[in-house]
Design a protein around this ligand. Structure first.
Ligand code: DLL
Length: 423
């Protein structure tokens, strides 16, 4: 679809969803009245800018189902995101929502190279998390063979990959890396038929992706989403891997400066704000995702015309402020992954010592015997610290650890340990 035609469709859907929210969700009704926003007066797409943003706090304040636009009898599925603090974010889907959701995911997995011939192992946790069932229905829709193994029991995961000739893997990138280590230990790495990785749900720098591809001999693709917007299915990479195509007929994206809340200029990094154009269960109007990215509206060389968002460089609330300097974990990951002597597992520990914030970067060595060679160890440590300093602008303590000494995760990796508020 050309941009003009797409924008006409977006406008039609935008008018509908704003009116629908005004009529069916008391929270939005009040918000629009307070802002003097009349949904009947939307004429052009940019009229959306008169509508206030919706935030995670708004969802929390209306816990559990206050933002639902339909009665529970029309909701056919509930999911929830765990959330690090307080109550989970509960989301509900109507029958139409589930259909649209699987369409969106189906598009993304096809763009990434999946086909009906693929045997796909889904190693996301099944349950309230949207990742597993989201990919599950999208992949079934394209006729792939789905193995709903869920996460955990990594040795069994590897056995199934091998025994069933699995060709595509769905997981977080960090879990894929861990699985590849176990596959190597079990001696099955070379007999696997795995060719495609459909990874998502957490950040993965291109450098980390290289490590996974080397570990598993797969073509690794990335897809993005969040529970509040449906789950996976918002955007994903095609085989050219030059940004994640946003399903713009269902999700209207904007980018804002998270501090000034103003729209950012073309090509600039901003916080992604999304309006769901078709969701019935729990529509989101101008939802602040907190994810920082850029958007490219040029059609892709693959032929798809949807805008492409860059891999999120981090979340605005994931950013570490250390001695006044903004540090993104992705910057650290990029530095670490280009050093061949260190592995893909790392941890960032932030402490307060006196009035000073300190950052310790713990990373595993590929070869543990280096720990016995003090000279080499020290020079590697100095090199990594210098590379980090030149990228971050601050000094970090680098601790090189034995292989397999850093905790592994079977879902999203928790790499930041911020001890600053602990006694
Ligand atoms: O993680 C949905 C999902 C599942 C997406 C499976 C893709 C695959 P939540 O648990 O609500 O939903 O977490 C959403 O995870 O705001 C991002 O910060 C982060 N995130 C998701 N996908 C990516 C990605 C799912 N590809 C939050 N790259 C989002 C970087 C990602 N971060």
């Amino acid at each position: 679809m050309g941009r003009k035609e797409l924008e006409a469709l977006q406008l039609e859907r935008m008018k509908h969803i704003f009116q629908y929210c005004y009529d069916n969700v008391p929270f939005y009704h009040k918000r629009m009245d307070e802002a003097g926003f009349d949904p009947a007066k939307i004429r052009v797409l940019s009229d959306i800018e008169y509508m206030p943003y919706t935030t995670k706090e708004d969802i929390r304040d209306n816990y559990p189902t206050g933002l639902f636009a339909v009665p529970m009898k029309d909701i056919v599925r509930i999911h929830a995101s765990s959330g690090t603090t307080g109550k989970p974010t509960v989301v509900g889907y109507t029958r139409n929502d589930l259909n649209n959701w699987s369409d969106c995911v189906a598009r993304l997995v096809v763009a990434a190279g999946a086909t009906s011939e693929d045997i796909v192992q889904i190693s996301f946790g099944y349950g309230l998390f949207t990742g597993a069932l989201g990919l599950h229905y999208g992949l079934e829709k394209i006729g792939a063979t789905v193995i709903p193994i869920s996460s955990g029991n990594t040795e069994k995961q590897v056995m199934m990959l091998n025994d069933l000739g699995v060709t595509a893997l769905v997981s977080t990138p960090s879990y894929a890396l861990y699985m590849s280590e176990v596959a190597r230990e079990k001696g099955v790495l070379d007999s696997l038929k795995l060719r495609l990785g459909l990874f998502g749900s957490e950040g993965c720098t291109p450098e980390m992706r290289d490590q996974i591809e080397k570990g598993f001999h797969v073509f690794a693709t990335d897809n993005y989403g969040m529970s509040e917007l449906c789950g996976p299915g918002v955007s994903g990479e095609c085989e050219l891997r030059c940004g994640m195509h946003i399903n713009e007929d269902h999700f209207y994206p904007e980018l804002i400066n998270p501090t000034t809340l103003q729209k950012v200029g073309p090509g600039e990094v901003g916080e992604l704000v999304v309006t769901t154009l078709t969701k019935e269960g729990i529509p989101m109007l101008r939802y602040r995702t907190k994810d920082l990215t850029t958007i490219d509206y040029e059609p892709c060389k693959c032929g798809r015309t949807f805008a492409r968002m860059a891999k999120p460089m981090g979340r605005s609330d994931d950013m570490l402020k250390i001695r006044g300097v903004n540090v993104f974990p992705t910057q650290i990951e990029s530095v670490l992954m280009t050093e061949p002597h260190v592995g893909g597992h790392y941890q960032l520990i932030v402490r307060r010592e006196g009035y000073f914030d300190t950052l310790e970067v713990k990373v595993e060595l590929v070869d543990g015997s280096l720990l016995e060679n003090y000279g080499q160890l020290e020079s590697l440590q100095r090199k990594v610290a210098a590379d980090l300093k030149s990228v971050l602008g601050i000094q970090a303590k680098v601790t090189l650890c034995e292989p397999k000494s850093i905790e592994r995760f079977q879902g999203k990796a928790k790499r930041i340990v911020d001890l600053r508020n602990e006694k």
